[in-house]
Write a protein that binds this ligand. Structure first.
Ligand code: R5P
Length: 286
């Protein structure tokens, strides 16, 4: 038998995964001391195999994941699998200036010490798996996004930059019809501002679905939505795997004229309409 151990920010997804795998679901405690330190703990369990499901969107979540891994070993788990639905720091995968760390490499090394295997859901770059020192696989989940889209009129699936073309294509394929196009994007790393060069695909009167891996500040997505609305698209849907939705991202999207924002439960937000549990389960059981 397998025990699923949820991180504090991945409780709904962990429960879905336990149901998919017919596994036990343990109930951790997530405490914090007066000095700010966290303490995530689990009750004793008899199973040999533990699967920790924990997104690492915050620094606290990173530490809690390390604590849950250690607690699972203490509890006697012979194998520990770590499922990271949303891997924080994944966009810090290069030293952009002299003196900077490769932050995701540092966190990947730490996570690797407490586990036998890692699963990452749609990591920002698949190459990030190479920073882990245990077997690490990526789970494709973009096809699940199509489940939230119905009755689109002459749909066009747009990637807001070249890196998201595969996600847009996968979503289109899962939806079953429509064209795929992409914008070119330049980001100013000093200011964080993005400049989008739209394609010349006709959008007037069409439903357009913009697909990206992450909506963080919403700068990229709202820029794309605004251009598409200005060019006469009927409805524009903003669809992503990881709805980080930092700061005023949702408001930026509303102000840009978005019809609806859709994300998955790799991060538990109001827009997390789609679950990636079955995609993770398929990978764990194949
Ligand atoms: C970039 O390559 C990513 O795919 C996303 O487009 C980006 O990280 C989204 O960030 P933001 O919402 O802050 O523009």
């Amino acid at each position: 038998m397998t025990t699923i151990i949820p991180g504090a920010d991945s409780q709904a997804l962990a429960a879905e995964l336990a149901a998919e795998l017919d596994a036990a679901l343990t109930v951790p405690t997530y405490d914090r001391f007066a000095d700010g330190e966290t303490l995530a703990a689990i009750p004793a369990f008899d199973d040999n195999e533990a699967i920790i499901v924990a997104s690492t969107a915050t620094n606290d979540a990173h530490i809690e994941l390390l604590q849950l891994q250690d607690a699972a070993r203490e509890a006697g788990a012979a194998t520990v699998t770590t499922v990271i639905p949303y891997l924080g720091y994944a966009r810090q995968d290069k030293a952009f200036k002299q003196g900077q760390p490769i932050s995701v490499r540092a966190t990947a090394r730490a996570i690797s010490t407490g586990t036998d295997r890692v699963l990452l859901v749609e990591p920002h770059e698949p190459a990030v798996a190479e920073f882990f020192t245990v077997p690490t696989d990526a789970v494709d989940a973009a096809d699940r996004l199509a489940g939230a889209l119905v009755d689109l009129d002459d749909p066009l699936f747009v990637a807001p930059d070249e890196g998201a073309i595969e996600l847009a294509t996968t979503t289109r394929d899962a939806y079953g019809e429509g064209a795929v196009d992409y914008f070119e994007k330049e980001r100013d790393y000093e200011t964080g501002e993005v400049e989008l060069t739209p394609s010349d695909a006709p959008v007037e009167g069409r439903d357009v679905v913009v697909v990206d891996d992450i909506i963080a500040t919403g700068g990229t997505m709202s820029g794309a939505v605004e251009v598409l609305v200005d060019r006469g698209a009927d409805r524009v849907f903003a669809v992503c795997v990881h709805p980080v939705l930092a700061e005023a991202a949702l408001t930026r999207l509303s102000a840009a004229g978005v019809e609806r924002v859709v994300g998955t439960d790799t991060l538990e937000r109001a827009v997390s309409e789609v679950s990636v549990a079955s995609a993770i389960a398929a990978n764990l059981t194949e």
